[in-house]
Design a protein around this ligand. Structure first.
Ligand code: F6P
Length: 360
């Protein structure tokens, strides 16, 4: 009987992928299994298969390393996401290709590390009889069923650091400083970094904004003698009567590429208030570099728990931080719906209690 498993990483990269790979490889080796990594996303499972052994030689130094040593893909044959909330069914040919690849590699289980798109693929594989478990990854923290995805804390930490830096220059020049952060259609990164970085205004997709409301906040601060204002804008934020601001579409998948709202807000604030405004787009800095301490711990727990799921034969499940412990849920319960910021959530209510303006 096979004692070999494989890990596949899909979608955009994020801090902590390598830490999960390390944890899965270590925990499975401890059980006497062999662990291999699939290169370049799911396509590495199609013939000719493309894999590397994940033995102790390759695991050294992986915990703090950004990116993924396996490479990843958010386009190509296995791109399951075609737009906001929509997913594409894999062809029978691809499903058979994965089955054959797993047989050729003598695998008895697959660990799929990814966000909504990659886990939608994992669910389809599971429904096709392929033994797979999932690990939730995304800086956006928008996956249902888990309080936190790994990578989120690292992205928030990067955005908070940027706010700290922008704060001092905004204050020196009496400017309005706008920081645009990622997060797709959810405002988690903006909300957490905005509160942690002392923002005065936080604009998130869940709460459409008006320039009148932002202008009033700036005026209120001026009256208090505060001549600068810090604004965090999620890339998916939009005006009350406006649509999402995009900077094109992702090639092949056709998914909208969000971005550009920060510059629009900055220009409009300058026009309306006469105050100098500047924009900073944090972009992919949020996805690069070392995971935070929290993410390293979370990744280690997620990886070890994924191996426990395999050992228990609980396929079709995804590791989830259900609180207070890490547990698991069905992959099908995590995909296809966004976990967005709840208007009555603790952090949002706290932010309002502290006087932060959401532009509503
Ligand atoms: O889902 C993660 C994410 O970083 C989003 O926050 C962002 O909108 C998108 O991916 C960017 O994708 P790409 O790396 O393809 O530009």
């Amino acid at each position: 009987m096979s004692t070999r498993i494989a890990i596949v990483t899909g979608g955009g990269d994020c801090p902590g992928l390598n830490a999960v790979i390390r944890a899965v490889a270590k925990a499975s080796t401890k059980r006497g299994w062999e662990c291999i990594g699939v290169l370049g996303g799911y396509e590495g499972l199609l013939g000719p298969t493309d894999t590397i052994p994940l033995d102790y030689r390759i695991l050294s130094g992986l915990l703090p390393r950004g990116g993924t040593i396996l490479g990843t893909a958010n386009r190509g044959k296995f791109s399951a996401k075609v737009g906001h909330g929509e997913s594409r069914a894999l062809s029978k040919e691809l499903l058979d290709g994965v089955k054959t690849g797993m047989k050729t590699l003598d695998l008895f289980a697959l660990v799929s590390i990814g966000g909504d798109g990659s886990l939608s693929i994992a669910q389809q594989l599971f429904e096709y009889g392929i033994p797979v478990v999932g690990v939730p990854k995304t800086i956006d923290n928008d996956l249902e069923g888990t309080l936190f995805t790994f990578g989120f804390d690292s992205a928030v930490s990067c955005a908070t650091d940027a706010l700290d830096r922008l704060h001092t220059t905004a204050e020196s020049h009496n400017r309005v400083m706008v920081l645009e952060v990622m997060g797709r259609y959810a405002g988690w990164i903006a909300l957490y970094s905005g509160v942690a970085g002392g923002a005065d205004v936080i604009l998130i997709p869940e709460i459409p904004f008006s320039y009148e409301s932002i202008g009033a906040k700036i005026q209120e601060r001026e009256h208090l003698g505060k001549k600068f204002t810090m604004i965090v804008v999620a890339e998916g934020a939009r005006k009350k009567d406006g649509g999402f601001v995009t900077s094109g579409t992702q090639m092949k998948t056709g998914e909208a590429r969000l971005g550009g709202i920060g510059a629009i807000v900055s220009t409009e604030i300058e026009r309306r208030t006469g105050k100098e405004a500047r924009v900073c787009v944090l972009g992919h800095l949020q996805r690069g570099g070392s995971p935070t301490t929290f993410d390293r711990a979370l990744c280690s727990i997620f990886g070890a728990t994924a191996v426990e799921l395999i050992a228990a034969g609980e396929f079709g499940k995804m590791v989830a931080f259900t609180g207070p412990q890490v547990g698991s849920i069905k992959i099908s319960d995590a995909i296809g719906k966004l976990k967005t910021v709840h208007p009555e959530g603790s952090l949002l209510r706290t932010a309002r209690a502290l006087g932060i303006c959401f532009g509503d």
